[in-house]
Design a protein around this ligand. Sequence first.
Ligand SMILES: [Zn+2]
Length: 451
Amino acid sequence: VDATIQFLGAAGLVTGSSYLVTATPAKFLVDCGLFQGEAAADRRNYRPFSYDPAKINFLILTHAHLDHCGLIPKLYRDGFRGKIYSTPATLDLAKAILTNAAQIQEHGVTDKQLEALFIKRDATNSFKLFETYEYGKIFSPAPNIKVKFSDAGHILGAAIVEVWLKQTKLVFSGDLGNSPVPIMRDPATISEANYVICESTYGDRLHEAPATREKNLLAAIQQAAKDNAKLIVPSFALERSQDLLYTINNLKNSGQLPNISVILDSPLASEITDIYKRYTRLFDADFQKYLRTDRDLFDFPGFRRARTTLQSKALNEMPGAAVIIAGSGMADAGRVQHHLLHQLGNSKNQVLFVGFQTPGTLGRQLVNRAQQVRIFRQRVTVKAQIKELGAFSAHADQKGLLNWLSGFTTRPTIFLTHGENEAREALAKEITTQLKLKPIIPSMGEYQRLA
Ligand SMILES: [Zn+2]
């Protein structure tokens, strides 16, 4: 086939995922993600697309994280009217995520002196373009092109995407899940491909053992209870918050949790938790087992949600110990900033990061042990204890990535994307020595011919 792939984002960084595949006469995208983190990344979102959105036939969406779906409303605004293919759960999550993103866009305008990237109407209109397929179903979005989704084990609905272009087969890893993790199944093994486009977020790292994670989470909660202090957990609304609630729920069921209030202070995480409750059939064997004795694995005595701004603000004055889970996960926006502003100055309080912190974010400054940070133009001295729980990552580590790649029996060409360069290079080295394959590290905007 006469086909090319162009790497439009997530090359040398972990955000802005987007690939343009041209397989004449079809032109399609895999993902259309937002760039996140540094100001330079933010500016990238405002540039016109390097292609004409009206000429794209369809879009395949791997999952509902913003760095994969966040520019879909802009794509619609700029003329894209093709179909968007995803799993049903991804559509439900994308609706919540993109509606929230549009609200942030609409409200953030005056502050940043930038025009909104898109408005709520663009998001709502783009939802009408979706057509959904369950894992395992093969569908044909254009003549001579077939597509199949498999469980990527990353977040609810996340897919590994197999694409057949006549004789050439591409496999997009999307974001691959960490194994074993609570709730999610392991990433599906795929054995055949000519080309594999593989993420590499943690290509240079190994996560802590899962048992360590639960132990460390429990230890932080116990310490908060003992010190009568706050444990602030900046958390991504999607997946990480549900993962935390599920883990704390299980600690409660096994009688290990001290008596402490646990508060979810994120309307978006709250909405997404309700979506998770609708798709429990997709979750792993442990989840199914626990479900037999506890009908709601995201709720437990002592747990409540702060819904309104007033309820959120009241938490600042609330005496006593509490676990406060609030967005955003990198502390660069959202209600967690208010909690950090109020709680960072107390050395008894703890801040527990549970995911990757992109350079340029407040979260990254804190995990890098900044003595002082700025929140809402105020200087805040950091006295609270800053901790990290690496293994709560929803991404496969180096071993997980190598394990998934070793499932291919056809010696595919591997493109490493969705990772900072050190991560990509470290993973490439391991692939070369362990799998005897020579992966390609594409740069932003690069084209590759697909034979
Ligand atoms: Zn993701």
